[in-house]
Design a protein around this ligand. Structure first.
Ligand code: FEO
Length: 395
């Protein structure tokens, strides 16, 4: 499969309908993904990025139907992670001397992955590649989301090839933002930002300001995953600017795990308490053992208050909430409040541990937390509701 994006650019990537896990088991892809590769024809012909290794043979075979491989003058690799570079070994067997334009860090990444001394040409911000009447301008985008990442901007057409930035793990036969379901598209885009780009929000802001300062038209943003932004492409740039500024919606999320339902009962009573004080805030509850971790992270990203709960087990907290808190620590959310709760029967350490973990994750603790002995009775439920009312008052 290939399709034209305009007179000079053809999509030659791979839609991966079956993908359900990405980055090992770190990212759920309920709607599959795509590995977008682009063939740009000018006086010179350029291939931008490739696809993940399982599709390498298919990619090269399809590319041969599109062009005589020997007519590819240059390969641009915007980012060396294997979902974009995985077909390089297969391709370079056919055209071993073709120059590969990428950043210095990307050379290191590609050598580290494939142990080949290909014809690398290191580029940095401001460097250009002339392809006739148009140029590619390279813009390093370190840590968005790896240190080797760069954007490539094609003059004349005004296309920003942004690699992972502005992408989504979203397989769709339509491939353009104006043709797909907008709620699905934005759900996948915010999930992608929340789970991958949150730690780099300050750099996102800076990079966008740098691209805006170039004062060049952006008629299209061609990402490396998911759909291409061709209708008002700056809408996703504006969204990124919003998301990068310690983003919160009017939402409270309770995340908990529970051995015998006592902590679940607490969670529901706390939610009732919040609702009785603030009828407008959206309240969501997730049992972390039963809900996809990346979907929960997306809800955490949208929330102004996180309330974490766990029973105590072996003087610690339950496995699923522990893992989630570790993910949250790594993502370094900013500007969010938090509190903890949990039931216990014997030693009762869970709330103190949750408090510590939330603090490590950069959350502002707004209460010392609530412990309930065994299963909450009527008085215990009332305590939980009161806890919810107290937290709601601080929103
Ligand atoms: Fe889509 Fe960072 O690779």
């Amino acid at each position: 499969m290939s399709f034209k994006i305009n007179d000079s650019v053809t999509w030659v990537g791979k839609i991966d309908w079956e993908l359900r896990k990405f980055h090992g088991d770190e990212y759920s892809t309920h709607k599959g993904s795509s590995y977008n590769s682009y063939l740009v024809r000018g006086e010179k012909t350029v291939l931008i990025d490739t696809v993940w290794r399982p599709f390498a043979k298919e990619f090269v075979e399809n590319l041969k139907k599109e062009i005589d491989l020997n007519k590819i003058d240059t390969i641009i690799i915007n980012h060396g992670e294997p979902d974009h570079s995985g077909a390089l070994p297969e391709l370079m067997r056919e055209i071993p001397n073709t120059p590969i334009y990428c950043t210095k860090n990307c050379v290191s990444s590609l050598k580290g992955h494939y142990h080949q001394d290909w014809n690398f040409v290191e580029v940095k911000t401001g460097d250009k590649l002339n392809i006739g009447s148009k140029d590619f301008i390279f813009i390093e985008a370190r840590l968005l989301h790896w240190p080797d990442t760069m954007f490539s901007y094609l003059t004349g057409d005004g296309i920003l090839f942004s690699n992972d930035a502005f992408g989504q793990h979203y397989a769709s036969e339509f491939m353009f933002n104006d043709l797909v379901d907008q709620a699905e598209l934005y759900h996948e885009a915010i999930k992608y930002y929340a789970n991958i780009l949150t730690p780099f929000s300050k750099l996102v802001e800076k990079k966008i300001e740098e691209v805006v300062a170039l004062n060049v038209p952006v008629n299209m943003i061609c990402t490396s995953h998911g759909i291409i932004w061709r209708d008002n492409p700056l809408q996703i740039v504006n969204k990124y600017m919003e998301w990068a500024k310690d983003y919160n919606e009017n939402q409270v999320t309770l995340i908990y795990d529970s051995m015998w339902d006592a902590t679940r009962k607490m969670a529901e009573a706390i939610a009732e308490g919040i609702k009785s004080t603030n009828n407008e805030v959206e309240i969501k509850l997730y049992n972390t053992a039963r809900t996809d971790k990346n979907d929960i992270i997306t809800e955490v990203f949208k929330s102004k208050l996180i309330i974490a709960g766990s029973s105590t087990i072996n003087k610690g907290i339950l496995y699923s909430i522990d893992g989630l808190l570790e993910m949250m620590r790594g993502l370094s959310f900013k500007g969010k409040k938090a509190a903890a709760f949990g039931s216990y029967g014997w030693s009762g350490e869970s709330v103190a541990i949750l408090n510590e973990e939330l603090k490590k994750g950069g959350f502002e603790l707004i209460d010392e937390g609530l412990k309930v002995f065994w299963v909450p009775d009527e008085a215990g439920i009332e305590k939980c509701k009161e806890f919810g009312r107290k937290l709601a008052a601080q929103l």
